[in-house]
Ligand binder design. Structure first.
Ligand code: Z5A
Length: 246
C-alpha cells in the first residue's frame, strides 16, 4: 500500500520546541523502523547536524522512507511541559536530583509509548536529539545518582527500546559551552559548574567504550561540513545494512 505525502519544514529553528516531521515519501511494507540518536554535551552541534542529516536524506531520496525528527525532553505535549519545568532559568525552588531524574523518565515513557513505538512500527526512520544515554551521562555521571537505578528506570521508561545507532558528537566541554554562550542562551544545567560537565563527558566516553557496536564517536571539534560528511557516511552504511538502500 502506498501513500504519498510531502510536508517540508525548512528550518528547525522556526519550530524549535515541536516535533518536526518530514515525509519524504511514505510506503508501508511492514518494515520495522530505525531509531538514530544524537548525543553529546551542550554545544556539541547535535541540533545542527540533525538538521543537516535530514536535508541530506531528503535530497538523497534513494529510498522511499518516512523520516521524523524529535527530541528529549519535549517530544510530546506532556514532554513540552516537563521540558519547560526542567530547563527554565528560575525554577522557584531547588529541584532535587531524584525529582529531576524522574521527570526525564516520565518524559521518555510518554515519548516512547505515544510517539517512538508507533512511528517505528510504521517503518519510520526516527532521528532523536538525546535519549537514554543522556540520563546515564547527566544524572548518573553528572549528578552521581546510582547507575544501576538509572538503567532500571531507563528500561521501565523505554519498555526495552534501544537506539539502533547513536551518533555521539564528542567535543571539548569548554568549547561546547563557549558555543552555547556565544549564542546567548543558558539554561539551568548549563549554569552548573564545569566539573559537572566534565563528569557528563566522562559518562559519554565510557558509554561509547562499552557500546561500540551502537555508539559511534564523531570528533565534533571540526567544521560543520566535515562532521556532516562523516555522519552521512556512517548513516549510509547503516541504511544499506538495514535494507533501506537497494
Ligand atoms: N538532559 C538530561 O539531563 N537528562 C536527560 O535524560 C536528557 C536531557 C534527555 C536539554 O537538552 C538538557 O537536558 C541538556 C541535557 C539535559 N542539558 N542542558 N542544558 P537539549 O538537547 O535540548 O540542549 P543542549 O544539549 O543544551 O542543546 P544545545 O546547547 O543546543 O547543543 P547542540 O544541539 O548540541 O548544539 P547546536 O545547537 O547544534 O550548536 C550550538 C552552537 O554551536 C550553535 O550556535 C551552532 O551554530 C554552533 N555550532 C554547531 N556546530 C558547530 C561547528 N562544527 N563549529 C562551530 N560552531 C558550531
Amino acid at each position: 500500500m502506498r501513500h504519498l505525502d510531502f510536508i517540508i519544514i525548512p528550518n528547525l529553528a522556526q519550530i524549535y520546541g515541536r516535533i518536526y516531521i518530514y515525509f519524504i515519501e511514505v510506503e508501508s511494507y511492514g518494515m520495522k523502523g530505525k531509531l538514530i540518536v544524537f548525543e553529546g554535551v551542550e554545544g556539541a552541534g547535535k541540533t545542527t547536524q540533525m538538521q543537516r542529516l535530514i536535508h541530506w536524506l531528503q535530497l538523497s531520496c534513494f529510498q522511499k522512507v518516512r523520516l521524523v525528527a524529535t527530541r528529549e525532553p519535549g517530544g510530546t505535549e506532556l514532554g513540552k511541559g516537563l521540558r519547560h519545568l526542567l530547563l527554565k532559568q528560575d525554577p522557584g525552588e531547588s529541584v532535587s536530583d531524584v525529582a529531576e531524574l524522574l521527570m526525564y523518565a516520565a518524559d521518555r515513557a510518554q515519548h516512547v509509548e505515544t510517539f517512538l513505538k508507533p512511528e517505528l512500527s510504521k517503518g519510520t526512520i526516527v532521528l532523536c536529539d538525546r535519549f537514554t544515554d543522556s540520563t546515564i551521562a547527566y544524572q548518573g555521571y553528572g549528578r552521581n545518582l546510582n547507575l544501576n537505578l538509572i538503567k532500571q528506570l531507563n528500561a521501565i521508561a523505554t519498555g526495552g527500546l534501544e537506539s539502533d545507532l547513536t551518533l555521539w558528537l564528542d567535543i571539548n566541554v569548554e568549547e561546547g559551552l563557549a558555543r552555547v554562550r556565544a549564542r546567548g542562551e543558558r539554561d539551568r544545567i548549563e549554569q552548573a559548574h564545569l566539573q559537572f560537565h566534565k563528569r557528563v563527558q566522562q559518562g559519554f566516553t565510557e558509554l561509547a567504550e562499552e557500546n561500540q557496536s551502537r555508539i559511534f564517536r564523531i570528533d565534533a571539534d571540526r567544521p560543520e561540513d566535515a562532521i556532516a560528511q562523516e555522519i552521512q557516511g556512517i548513516v549510509s552504511h547503516k541504511l544499506a545494512a538495514w535494507g533501506y538502500l537497494k
